[in-house]
Write a protein that binds this ligand. Sequence first.
Ligand SMILES: *Cc1c(COP(=O)(O)O)cnc(C)c1O
Length: 208
Amino acid sequence: MDAAREAGRDPVSITTIVVTKFHPAALVRDLAGLGVRDFGENRLQDAAPKSAELADLDLVWHFVGQLQSKKARQVREFARVIHSVDRESLADALASDERSIDCFVQVNLTDDPARGGVVPSGLDALVARVLDTSGLRLRGLMVVAPLGEEPRRAFARARAYSEHIRRIAPEAINISMGMSDDFREAILEGATHLRIGTAITGNRPDSG
Ligand SMILES: *Cc1c(COP(=O)(O)O)cnc(C)c1O
């Protein structure tokens, strides 16, 4: 909230997603009782049963992890938003003529392909592909701050990519960035969706 005001931004314009990976469904239920609606998960095998167990609550599930194309349809079944579309084959696998879901294109801000995300030189082609895919509504870009770089500098690059893609995707105005350790810097660079785990939930029970 303070960071939002410092950046001259209305806190209401920022969605906080509570990332509950490795935590039991009971914790999600408690948070929902406190008014949290947006939850994030990064692994299909944990998220699918958790969301099924909590189907009586009207929650918005965000999928934030790396996703294999062959699992794309299963993620579609419970997630309302996918933050990690990082290649054209995944966009193709997520296509549907039935129900549209929201998505973010993930951009890799490092030189390490294992960190996930499309390389910046491939961003325009991926954005164009998502725009051409039925059943996907492009909301914006997603990034994770690199290790060993000042997060604000990295987030400033993400902001520049976001401004760049709006020339071909004028509705893709959102930026999903900022975690427990760097959400203030993310807000200062225009984040609209924060993905916060440990700062809200405490340490994860089993990060293995
Ligand atoms: C786990 C995770 C988060 C939350 O991380 P914290 O440091 O616990 O806030 C955010 N984004 C992604 C993609 C994650 O996997």
